[in-house]
Design a protein around this ligand. Structure first.
Ligand code: XMP
Length: 327
């Protein structure tokens, strides 16, 4: 068992499939030794870290792992469906799926302040997770996708504004098999466990999800437009190879409209703001230069295919002075 949180200097970097397989075998042994025949609970967001932990635990203890996926209604298009497909249908996981969309969106209605929005989302997540775990009996362990940078930078991004932080008073022993790995190693392990590339090489996605990209007070129609526009951006980045190159890219939709014309009629719509940045540690970021033909295609598709959007804008602001997210 990894008794402490310090990565030994002698620890080899897990960067090849062979080393990943060796890591997996070792962890499977350790997890079985730690857990025995008891049950383990995991909040499975579908992000890289929680997905890899889930796959590893399923390999080690199968249905003794109970995954809870809370859909807060602020996921990107297709994400919750993918979690169900990969884990329930593909890996036969014991997966509790909770569609809490209405709860979150009802609480968020009319709330424009970004910090308040974050708090509501974070607190509600804990409440839903608590309620769900309360319905289960005989859970002795809580698994978490903690990775080494989370331990090193406990004052960093994840800690200061992450959603999915779980209640500190949960009296369960932790299972954190990835806690000595860096992100690139987690991805190699995820691949070795057979998770799809889309999941393993996912770009970072903030815990509050589309909630911080549907700017100001969230409405269902604007959130829907944002989700569709974001899906088009991702599709076009996939097609032209930018998806493999750009660190993070997304659409934000502000809560104001401008005048336009569609089908010879006045058409008021929101703008979709495209942002694509590169960074090493998210503390500073530079702007990816997107070829104009790609930008034209994205603009054309978003303005034609997404109800409610009538302009596409490009955010050229590096960090600093702009943060990566708009809220
Ligand atoms: P900013 O906007 O601060 O973002 O430049 C830096 C990185 O952190 C991500 N981010 C978050 N991640 N919960 C998260 O887990 C959050 O509340 C959150 N806010 C921002 C952001 O997407 C970027 O990668």
């Amino acid at each position: 068992m990894q008794q402490n949180n310090v990565r030994p200097e002698s620890m080899e970097r897990v960067v090849t499939p062979e080393l990943a397989n060796a890591f997996i075998e070792e962890q499977v042994r350790e997890i079985r030794a730690q857990v025995g025949d008891k049950k383990v609970l995991l909040a499975l967001s579908g992000g890289v870290d929680s997905s890899v932990v889930a796959a590893l635990l399923i390999k080690a203890i199968g249905k003794q792992l109970v995954c809870v996926h809370v859909n807060h209604g602020l996921m990107r298009k297709g994400e919750s469906e993918q979690v169900i497909e990969v884990f329930r249908n593909g890996l036969d996981a014991n997966l509790v799926y909770v569609d809490a969309t209405d709860r979150f969106l009802d609480l968020l209605a009319g709330v424009a302040d970004p910090e308040k929005k974050r708090k509501i989302i974070g607190n509600e997540f804990i409440k839903v997770f608590d309620e769900e775990s309360g319905k289960l009996s005989g859970i002795s362990f809580l698994a978490q996708g903690t990775i080494y940078p989370d331990i090193l930078e406990s004052h960093g991004v994840k800690a200061h504004h992450n959603v999915g932080g779980l209640p500190e008073d949960m009296e369960m022993e932790l299972v954190e098999p990835l806690k000595l790995l860096y992100k690139d190693e987690v991805r190699v392990v995820g691949k070795a466990l057979g998770l799809p590339d889309e999941m393993v090489f996912r770009q970072p996605f903030p815990g509050p999800g589309l909630g911080v990209r549907c700017l100001g007070a969230i409405t269902r129609d604007r959130l829907h437009a944002l989700r569709e526009a974001d899906a088009i951006l991702r599709e076009e980045f996939d097609k032209c190879g930018l998806a493999d190159k750009v660190w993070q890219y997304f659409v934000a939709v502000p809560d104001f409209k401008s005048v336009g014309v569609r089908d010879n009629k006045r058409y008021e719509g929101w703008p979709a703001i495209v942002r694509a940045v590169n960074t090493v540690d998210a503390m500073t970021a530079t702007i990816e230069e997107i070829p104009y033909d790609v930008l034209h295609r994205i603009t054309d598709r978003i303005t034609h295919e997404v109800e409610g959007i009538n302009r596409v804008l490009l955010d050229l602001t590096p960090k600093p002075i702009g943060t990566i997210e708009w809220e």
